[in-house]
Design a binder for this molecule. Structure first.
Ligand SMILES: N[C@@H](CCC(=O)N[C@@H](CS)C(=O)NCC(=O)O)C(=O)O
Length: 212
C-alpha cells in the first residue's frame, strides 16, 4: 500500500507510529508530496490534504485518523493502539485534543502566510485559542497516563506537540503581546514531563527519512 504524505523527519507522524507499533512499516511504500505545492495530493485526497493512503486493492483512504485505524487493524504484533471498554472514550477525547491542536496549528500557520495587513485577526485569535485550550486540557489529562497502556490518544497528543516544536505560529506571528516568548512547556509541567518520557518509546523516537 502507498502512503502519500509530507515526510518531515522532525515531527512525529501518527500514521507512521501506528504502523511501527503494528510491525507493518515495511508494507508501506512512500510518496512524498507537499499539499500546497503542486497538484499531486488532489489525485489522492478530495480535500487536498496529507496524509492519504492507497490500499493494496487500489482503493483510497484519507484522513489521518482513518488511516491510523486501518493500519492498526493490520497489526501483526498482537497489540492494538485503540483501547476498548471504558478506556476507549478518554483515548478518543485525547485523539481530538492532539489532532485538533495539530489542525489549529496548521490553520494558524497558513493564515500567517498572507501579508500581515491582510491577516484575518479574528480567525487567527480563534485558532490560537484552540491551541492554548488544547494544551491546557492536555496538561490535565496527563497524570492519568501513568497507569495506562500506550494508545492512540498518546500518539495524537505527541504528534501535535512535536509539530508545535517544529512550527510555532504563535511565537512566529506574535498576535498577542508576549507571544514572541510562547513556549507550550511553560506552566505545563505534567505535559512536558510526560512528553519527554514518551518520546523515548521506539515508535515515537524513530524519525522518518526518505531520499529526495
Ligand atoms: N488532522 C488531519 C490533518 C490533515 C491536514 O490538515 N494536513 C495539512 C498538513 S499541512 C494539509 O494537508 N493541509 C492542506 C490543506 O488544508 O489544504 C489529518 O490527520 O488528516
Amino acid at each position: 500500500m502507498k502512503l502519500v504524505f509530507t515526510p518531515n523527519p522532525e515531527y512525529i507522524h501518527k500514521v507512521l507510529v501506528v504502523a511501527h507499533e503494528g510491525g507493518i512499516v515495511d508494507r508501506l511504500e512512500f510518496q512524498r508530496t507537499r499539499p500546497f505545492d503542486g497538484e499531486t495530493i488532489w489525485d489522492f485526497h478530495p480535500m487536498g490534504k496529507v496524509p492519504a493512503l492507497v490500499m493494496d486493492n487500489g482503493d483510497p483512504l484519507y484522513g489521518g485518523l482513518v488511516i491510523c485505524e486501518y493500519l492498526d487493524s493490520l497489526s501483526t504484533t498482537g497489540k492494538h493502539v485503540y483501547p476498548t471498554g471504558d478506556a476507549r472514550w478518554p483515548a478518543l477525547r485525547q485523539i481530538s485534543l492532539g489532532d485538533g491542536m495539530f489542525d489549529a496549528t496548521t490553520l494558524l500557520r497558513v493564515e500567517g502566510w498572507r501579508d500581515k495587513p491582510d491577516w484575518n485577526m479574528d480567525y487567527m485569535l480563534r485558532e490560537r485559542r484552540k491551541m492554548i485550550n488544547s494544551l491546557d486540557r492536555m496538561e490535565l489529562e496527563t497524570p492519568q497516563f501513568r497507569d495506562e497502556e500506550f494508545h492512540i490518544g498518546h500518539i495524537c497528543m505527541a504528534g501535535g506537540l512535536s509539530y508545535l516544536d517544529l512550527r510555532n505560529p504563535i511565537q512566529e506571528y506574535v498576535i498577542v503581546d508576549g507571544d514572541d516568548a510562547f513556549d507550550w512547556r511553560e506552566g505545563r509541567p505534567n505535559l512536558s514531563a510526560w512528553y519527554d518520557e514518551i518520546i523515548k518509546r521506539p515508535s515515537l523516537e524513530w524519525r522518518f527519512t526518505m531520499d529526495e
